[in-house]
Design a binder for this molecule. Structure first.
Ligand SMILES: Nc1nc2c(ncn2[C@@H]2O[C@H](COP(=O)(O)OP(=O)(O)O)[C@@H](O)[C@H]2O)c(=O)[nH]1
Ligand SMILES: [Mg+2]
Length: 334
């Protein structure tokens, strides 16, 4: 048993020292405020029947823990210091560039990195251009599967992509795995009817395989999926099975630019098991800050295939070059 007296200005400080010196097993025997305004805690720790060797190990472990805590505290302090002091150390011109990027919802760490490579708005645009990664749809695989959260715009985008291919004279088929919602196929069915496209409904993987094989001679097969809860493991498992069929499938994750960035990150984490090849950002017409396009593509190192900017089929889709995306993310007036 070890008993020790701890005097400090405040109880919190005294308690901190008790924990540091005697460990979390320490018991407070008494605590009182002294006449001079300071406080005193008497604490004890019982090492029990442990032999000296064990005691030595306990002490070492405690010291190690204290050291770890200290390092963590230092790290936190350093992080805070960096955060608060960084902008101030930037020259005024760069500070303005930084603010412009952050005002468009570009993540602070990315904004700082971009600013380090720029001296004015023009060079900032160059830096942004260089960092953007684009997906070349010309090399798309035969089967293009669109996945993403409910309402993200998968079906609408699929129709736009299909209509675009038809315009180029390609032969198309559509297979939908979205059989969960009443009316889900109705939307696609009317689109397919108008354009005279075959539309197949697959209720399971074996039906999917059958439909795909029937249309394997087509130039492209677009696959629509249900936007059920992305945490629905069973549904994701089924989609993942598609990859094990050894078919030429590529997967596009459809992300609504109007959703919250945490939601986007969540969506990506859930869908990443599906081997995402590229990203399609929808509803960019609904938002004024489009930094998420850069953030999400950069965080996950996935290229951008297209952007959609309205509900009209097939008009409202952009197959952008780097400059177009940069101008959308960072308009001149910002
Ligand atoms: N404003 C806007 N609305 C869109 C866009 N893309 C899709 N939508 C709308 O978003 C809603 C959900 O789209 P839908 O394709 O059914 O999403 P899904 O559940 O992922 O298949 C519909 O009302 C679409 O018209 C877009 O680029 N801009
Ligand atoms: Mg849909």
């Amino acid at each position: 048993m070890k008993i020790k007296r701890f005097k400090a200005k405040q109880f919190s400080e005294a308690l901190f020292r008790v924990k540091k010196e005697l460990g979390s097993d320490a018991v407070i025997l008494s605590s009182e405020e002294l006449a001079d305004g300071s406080v005193e805690i008497v604490a004890a720790v019982d090492y029990g029947e442990k032999n000296t060797k064990e005691q030595k190990m306990v002490t070492e472990q405690r010291e190690l823990n204290t050291l770890r805590e200290e390092i963590q505290r230092l790290r936190d302090a350093l992080f805070e210091l960096k955060k608060s002091g960084y902008e101030l150390r930037l020259p005024e011109k760069k500070r303005r560039l930084l603010r412009a990027l952050i005002s468009q919802s570009i993540k602070e760490e990315f904004a700082l990195r971009l600013c380090e490579r720029a001296t004015d708005f023009e060079t900032l645009m160059d830096a942004l251009n260089r960092e953007l990664s684009l997906y070349d749809l010309k090399n798309s695989k035969k089967i293009v599967m669109l996945v993403g959260a409910t309402g993200s715009g998968k079906t609408t985008t699929l129709c736009k992509l299909a209509a675009n291919e038809i315009r180029k004279g390609k032969r198309i088929a559509i297979v939908t795995l979205d059989t969960l919602r009443l009316g889900a196929t109705y939307q696609l069915a009317s689109f397919a009817r108008v354009l005279g496209l075959p539309l197949e409904v697959a209720h399971n993987i074996s039906e999917f395989k059958e439909h795909v094989n029937r249309h394997i001679g087509k130039d492209r097969i677009f696959v629509d999926t249900a936007g059920t809860n992305p945490k629905d493991e069973h549904y994701l498992e089924e989609l993942r099975e598609i990859h094990s069929l050894e078919l030429p499938v590529e997967t596009h994750l459809i992300v609504s630019a109007s959703s919250d960035q945490d939601f986007m990150i969540d969506a990506y984490h859930n869908y990443r098991k599906l081997n995402i090849d590229c990203l399609g950002f929808t509803k960019i017409d609904e938002v004024s800050k489009r930094g998420c396009i850069y953030n999400i593509s950069t965080v996950y190192q996935k290229p951008i295939a297209y952007l959609t900017n309205g509900q009209r089929i097939p008009k409202d889709i952009i197959f952008p070059d780097r400059a177009t995306i940069s101008n959308l993310i960072l308009p001149k007036e910002c």
